[in-house]
Design a protein around this ligand. Structure first.
Ligand code: PEP
Ligand code: MN
Length: 349
């Protein structure tokens, strides 16, 4: 449940509420709004149903006590009292009025491919650089990523362009190495319900980009986010990347309705990945425009200097030479939703 304090409630009154919540065996999560303080009491479902047992109604400084009926609490829009979470990744804002253009190769393949792509997306005003060093491949015989060497190349790309890095963590044993380079750690669709991994990322405090599982509901996605948030890590962005439906004409079905609905259910930023949903380059632009116009807080797309030679996901990769035009079109669509590109200034030739 959520305890909304009165405007002007004193620190002592807030502390008394926190201590009462903790004595009842729940956790107190304090969020300071512009005018009022809201305290979330995170306990189990029974505690939530039994608001009276906390005896907070009528306590000095308390305006009202509201039960959070959703199974997820910290991820719920209710807990921030309508305020949206805005992440700060290396000075770049994600969420709110900012639109994040996250771009880069599916997989780090070589120094030249990585640096060339990083420079291209940087010049077009990208917000973050994506790139996989550890890849979740359907076939165990497929290229699994360059691992440590891939991370080293990402670090080099970051040093050269200044772009913060998003890269996937699949295995807790690679955590330290990944965290040395990652500004945002990606949890892939296939790991969305790997709960020990989610909790570990939560404890690491590293911002996370959490992809929706191939067949997961929005509630399941938000419960997965809750695993990260519960460990004290508030920096989570949700990512719609296409789900399995009966449709076979394309790879996955991009669930664009998830954008406004997730934003209604949660205060967390919502990112859309049209590349993995479509599996086809020609669909990436229209889906990106639609996502931006629908109010997404950003997109994450794959780019390659020469997609025909890409080791992984070539057919869906945007051609690096065409990325500038792509970025400008997306920027206009984001403006329709009142958002500005959060990135480095595009370098105008
Ligand atoms: C990726 O981003 O390269 C990827 C494998 O994504 P997903 O987990 O959404 O399939
Ligand atoms: Mn990929």
């Amino acid at each position: 449940m959520m305890i909304v304090m009165k405007e002007g409630a004193t620190d002592e009154e807030v502390a008394a509420v926190v201590s009462k919540i903790e004595r009842a065996g729940a956790r107190a999560h304090r969020s300071q709004g512009a005018r009022v303080t809201v305290i979330g009491a995170i306990g189990d479902v029974e505690q939530d149903a039994n608001v009276e047992s906390f005896g907070l109604e009528g306590q000095p400084g308390v305006d009202r006590v509201v039960p959070i009926l959703k199974p997820y609490k910290l991820a719920s829009a209710q807990i921030t009292h309508g305020e949206r979470t805005v992440l700060d990744i290396g000075g770049r804002k994600i969420g709110g009025d900012s639109f994040a253009l996250i771009a880069g190769p599916c997989t780090v393949e070589s120094r030249e491919q990585t640096l060339q792509t990083a420079n291209t997306v940087r010049e077009a005003g990208a917000t973050l650089l994506r790139g996989g060093a550890y890849k979740p491949r359907t076939s165990p015989y497929a290229f699994q990523g360059l691992g440590q060497e891939g991370l080293r190349l990402l670090a080099e790309a970051k040093a050269e362009t200044g772009l913060p890095i998003v890269t996937e963590l699949m295995d807790m044993r690679d955590m330290d190495a990944v965290l040395e380079v990652a500004d945002v750690v990606q949890i892939g669709a296939r790991n969305m319900q790997n709960y020990p991994l989610l909790a570990e990322v939560g404890r690491s405090g590293c911002p996370a980009l959490l992809k929706r599982g191939l067949s997961s509901t929005l509630d399941e996605l938000l419960m997965a986010a809750e695993y990260i948030l519960k460990e004290g890590n508030p920096d989570v962005m949700l990512c719609e990347r296409g789900i399995r439906t009966f449709e076979t004409a394309y790879r996955f079905t991009l669930d664009l309705m998830a954008v406004p609905v997730l934003k209604e259910l949660s205060h967390l930023p919502v990112i859309v990945d049209p590349s993995h949903a479509a599996g086809r380059r020609d669909l990436v632009l229209p889906l990106s425009l639609a996502a931006a116009a629908a109010g997404a807080d950003g997109i994450i797309v794959e780019v390659h200097p020469n997609p025909d030679e890409a080791i992984c996901d070539g057919p869906q990769a945007l051609v690096a030479d065409e990325f500038e035009d792509f970025a400008r079109a997306v920027e206009q669509a984001a403006a329709l939703a009142g958002k500005e590109l959060a990135g480095t200034e595009p370098v105008v030739a």
